[in-house]
Design a protein around this ligand. Structure first.
Ligand SMILES: [Zn+2]
Length: 483
């Protein structure tokens, strides 16, 4: 580390990094600090000019790095020093504590690293907002076709190309917003279908090569757009730059763009308001329905009773995969009636099966419970369970006979829910290995009901005859009236 001559008073070093890049900065600029200087500095006793960067110097000392250089300027703002960068901005206070802030382009959203903000941070945000206001207005939707026709006018050779303009990855500055220009002989739709076609016939590399050839085929280098700065947008002009250095300027009507922007923002605001209203109304409607049925919306429930089922409290000793497989093996012993009927190729419809289970008093429906889905009751519980499911609704109260099970993440097994309030909806699940037994009971019951129906046939016939007699009398009466 110390084979170079490093002076921590003058902040100089004989290493190539210092000589080539860092020497240009004054001693108050931390970019002057190569890793050797940083290594030798006593952070408890830093020179006054760099004392405020203490926290970062300590960090770079530990990492054995030089001070970062990817910022453009040092901004002094009241008691703060900002390392003005295009992305994250380091902020140092007088005590040498470091913060970092990032402002989203084209919005007033700020991110503070680790959610740590200095006192009077508003000052910094205000400054960054003002700086951002110097950035030109981005392109509005209506401007894209205008620019494209301008390009085709000044570059007639692009007439048959399909041109698209999109925001580049360069961070916008007061000097302009950079956009990329893409050109293709095909429309995006044609490109997509050709791509799919080629990928079916060729391997990936060859397919993309052929696709590129079909789409791009530049006329010659001179007529290509500059790949780094194809389009620069400022408030008053838009500049198209060519690879050759040639450029074409399109005048931009700032007031017109401002009007477009205002109209767009207003439209967006209205849409958001409308969407919010629809969402609020829908929620209110759901809440009303829930209340009428004696349910509670899950999102209205603030209690903690469901902690035992939280996915965050699965046992520490298990990995997530182990937890999942254990949970699935327990729940895998159960299935829905519909699936079990299908898997066992039974010749009984789910509706019929449920009807018989109901006649057996194994299941029930209570309009005010479980969203009118079946609930397993009484002896039916020997064959299945009511398992709590993901649900939008919860019951405020459930009756004693409604037995509900839940998978307990701490005990890693199914447990009976003890409480009778604020319970989520359930699914009726049947035990796989008792399903045969259940089927036998159902078949016996069907037999029994069938026999009963045969015995019932006669009285039903009598009833029908009675009805016929009434009708006959009625027709006789009608006949007497009109004859
Ligand atoms: Zn050095």
């Amino acid at each position: 580390m110390n084979k170079y001559n490093t002076d921590i008073v003058k902040l100089t070093c004989s290493c190539p990094d210092w000589k080539e890049t860092r020497s240009q900065y004054p001693s108050s600029d931390p970019r002057r600090l190569c890793k050797h200087i940083i290594h030798n500095l006593d952070t408890g006793n830093l020179p006054g000019s760099i004392a405020k960067f203490k926290e970062s110097i300590e960090f770079y000392q530990k990492q054995e790095w030089g001070f970062k250089r990817n910022f453009d300027e040092i901004i002094e703002l009241d008691n703060f020093t900002l390392l003005g960068s295009v992305d994250w901005i380091d902020v140092f206070d007088n005590e040498g504590a470091r913060y970092a802030v990032k402002k989203e382009s084209f919005s007033k959203t700020f991110y503070w690293a680790n959610e740590r903000k200095p006192k009077n941070y508003e000052l910094i945000e205000q400054f960054l907002i003002e700086e951002a206001e110097k950035i030109p207005l981005p392109l509005e939707d209506d401007e894209y076709p205008q620019i494209i026709s301008f390009i085709k006018k000044v570059l007639p050779q692009k007439k048959d190309f399909y041109i698209t303009i999109s925001l580049s990855s360069f961070i916008p500055t007061a000097n302009g917003i950079i956009y990329d220009i893409f050109e293709s002989r095909l429309t995006p739709e044609q490109e997509m279908s050709l791509k799919q076609e080629l990928l079916q016939s060729y391997d990936k590399k060859e397919a993309y090569y052929k696709l590129g050839k079909a789409c791009f085929a530049p006329i010659d280098e001179e007529h290509e757009f500059d790949i780094y700065e194809a389009l620069t947008v400022t408030n008053n002009e838009i500049i198209v730059r060519m690879y050759s250095g040639e450029k074409y300027t399109f005048k931009r009507d700032y007031n017109y763009v401002k009007r477009l922007k205002r109209a767009r923002e207003l439209q967006k605001k209205l849409e958001i308001e409308e969407r919010k209203k629809v969402w609020r109304d829908a929620l209110e409607q759901e809440r009303k329905i829930a209340m009428e049925k004696g349910y509670l919306l899950s999102e209205d429930y603030k209690g903690e009773k469901y902690n035992i089922q939280s996915k965050y409290n699965y046992p520490d000793t298990l990995s997530w995969e182990e937890y999942e497989s254990l949970k699935n093996s327990v729940l895998g012993n159960y299935d829905t009636l519909q699936n079990l009927i299908k898997k066992n190729s039974l010749n009984i419809s789910t509706t019929k099966f449920n009807k018989v289970l109901k006649n057996l008093n194994f299941i029930t429906k209570e309009p005010s419970l479980n969203q009118s889905n079946w609930i397993i009751i009484g002896d039916g519980l020997n064959y299945g369970i009511n398992l709590i499911k993901m649900s939008k609704y919860m019951h405020k109260d459930i009756p004693d006979w409604y037995k509900v099970q839940i998978f307990d993440n701490k005990k890693m097994k199914l447990v009976n829910l003890k409480w009778k309030t604020n319970v989520k909806m359930t699914s009726a699940l049947f035990e796989k290995n008792k399903f045969d037994e259940l089927c036998q009971l159902v078949k016996q019951q069907i037999e029994k009901e069938h026999n009963k129906a045969i015995n019932k046939n006669e009285p039903q016939e009598v009833l029908d005859n009675e009805e016929k007699n009434i009708l006959r009398k009625f027709f006789k009466f009608l006949h007497s009236m009109y004859s």
